[in-house]
Design a protein around this ligand. Structure first.
Ligand SMILES: *Cc1c(COP(=O)(O)O)cnc(C)c1O
Length: 461
């Protein structure tokens, strides 16, 4: 562009207010790449404005994921925006930080090889579950091949699991045997196992912090039941603990609970760094009890300072910032900080549970005691109430609150429940305000029955 042209353009556009710029007077391109470049300030503002249409993350009480973080975390994320986790040779210090996080978790979860066991970061618990599941499948296959048995029908046994385990089953061709819950339980019970396990069971997946209700499944009892099964049949069935939430809660506020590598049958554990690990979105962890529990065939080596470093992952390139922020949280909070935050979250959840118990219409299924900091409830009698919890979700949405309504898992799927997650940054005062709105909307729905027939759109995670 000739200089005088450029100057003319600047005179025309440069002094304009952002919203009188010609771009802001038009619809933004929605499906096609625009032909020309545009002013970064204007475009940034347009995109940022569009994001206002999203719900407010801090009022999203359906998610387990981090929605509050310190400025220091944002700064570290910014600092590491250009680092690729897979380039261990180029970013050796980042690679070391990942290893430190693995050791910290191996220690926290009582691995007998605390400092030397194997584990890795992932994009979340879903990828971690795939890796944990694959390790079980490979170990099982080696076992059966050694006995000269067929290996074409692997299965795994679990209670009501998060969707990632259904994905694992389908993507990696393993039958999922999801045990239906009994009328008086919210998760898998130890005495149900014997009807579901056989010699093709690659493992039992136990959930510490059910996505549906927040309860912990009883890892220790399940391990004992598997001991008995082994005594009777010879099948040595390992446990993988899906501690997506609980892995970062139980070590701090349920110290007497036996659920981790202190139980020899527990061979691997996953957890979401971006849930109660309080890291920003995009990090999970999976740790094996010992090096021997991860089959060597699944490990690939990448260059690392002239040597080689073992990696096990579904992705190749991956952002490193979340892992660095995880390490920051570990150092910043320590045991003291994690304990204080998880305790506060639990006591806020329990307070909310107490308050909801005083509302006649509601039946509390989980009141925040003994599992993760959440409450789960249903309507005592939907017919009599004249509205559903989906209607209540809709009404609360008008105040900005996002609260999940969904059916309970198999066998109790006729019960609709709601779940409210308390995480770091959900203060007691926010819950006072929520309760105010919730009481008001229940009154409204009581006085206006029949008006409400909300679509059953569930948005639980
Ligand atoms: C959230 C969750 C997952 C999936 O974790 P992501 O980190 O979102 O991939 C798996 N299992 C349980 C029990 C969960 O709560």
């Amino acid at each position: 562009m000739a200089l005088h042209h450029y100057k003319k353009k600047r005179d025309e556009e440069g002094i304009k207010d952002l919203y009188t710029n010609s771009i802001s007077q038009r619809q933004l391109p929605k499906n096609q790449l625009p032909e020309k470049m545009s002013d970064p300030h204007v475009i940034k503002q347009m995109v940022a404005d569009e994001l206002f249409m999203d719900g407010n993350a801090r009022q999203n009480l359906a998610t387990f994921c981090t929605t509050y973080m310190e400025d220091e975390v944002r700064e570290l994320m910014d600092l590491s925006i250009d680092k690729n986790m897979i380039d261990k040779d180029e970013y050796p210090q980042t690679a070391e930080i990942e290893q430190r996080c693995v050791s910290i978790l191996a220690n926290l979860w009582h691995s007998p090889e605390k400092n030397d066991t194997i584990g890795c970061s992932t994009t979340g618990s879903s990828e971690a579950a795939m890796l944990g599941g694959l390790a079980l499948k490979w170990q099982w296959r080696k076992r059966l091949e050694a006995e000269g048995k067929p290996t074409n029908k692997p299965n795994f046994v679990c209670g009501p699991v998060q969707i990632c385990w259904h994905k694992f089953a389908r993507y990696f061709d393993v039958e999922i045997r999801e045990i239906p819950i009994t009328a008086d339980a919210l998760g898998m019970q130890a005495d149900q196992l014997k009807n579901y396990c056989d010699e093709n069971t690659i493992g039992v997946v136990v959930t510490l912090g059910s996505t549906f209700t927040g309860i912990y499944e009883p890892v220790e009892k399940i391990a004992k039941a598997l001991d008995s099964i082994q005594n009777e049949t010879g099948w040595d069935i390992p446990i993988h603990v899906d501690g997506a939430s609980g892995g970062f809660i139980a070590p701090f506020i349920h110290k007497d609970l036996k659920w981790d590598f202190c139980i020899p049958r527990v061979k691997s554990i996953n957890a979401s760094g971006h849930k109660f690990g309080m890291a920003p979105l995009g990090v999970g962890w999976v740790i094996w009890r010992t090096v021997a529990d991860l089959p060597k065939e699944l490990i690939f080596n990448v260059d690392y300072l002239g040597g080689e470093l073992p990696t096990f992952a579904l992705n190749f390139s991956r952002p490193a910032g979340q892992i660095i922020a995880q390490y920051y949280n570990f150092l910043r909070l320590g045991r003291e900080g994690y304990t204080a935050i998880q305790k506060d979250c639990a006591s806020t959840a329990q307070y909310l549970g107490e308050q909801l118990k005083t509302i006649d219409l509601l039946e509390i299924l989980y009141d925040g005691h003994g599992g993760i900091p959440t409450v789960c409830y249903s309507l005592k009698d939907e017919k009599k109430a004249g509205f559903s919890l989906y209607d209540l979700s809709d009404r609360l949405r008008m105040h900005g609150w996002q609260i999940a309504s969904y059916p309970l898992p198999s066998n109790r799927e006729n019960t609709t429940v709601q779940r409210i997650l308390i995480r770091h940054g959900v203060s007691r005062d926010m819950i006072y305000l929520l309760l105010r709105d919730l009481r008001k909307e229940l009154e409204y729905l009581k006085c206006n029955p029949g008006l409400n027939n909300s679509e059953k759109i569930s948005f639980h995670h």
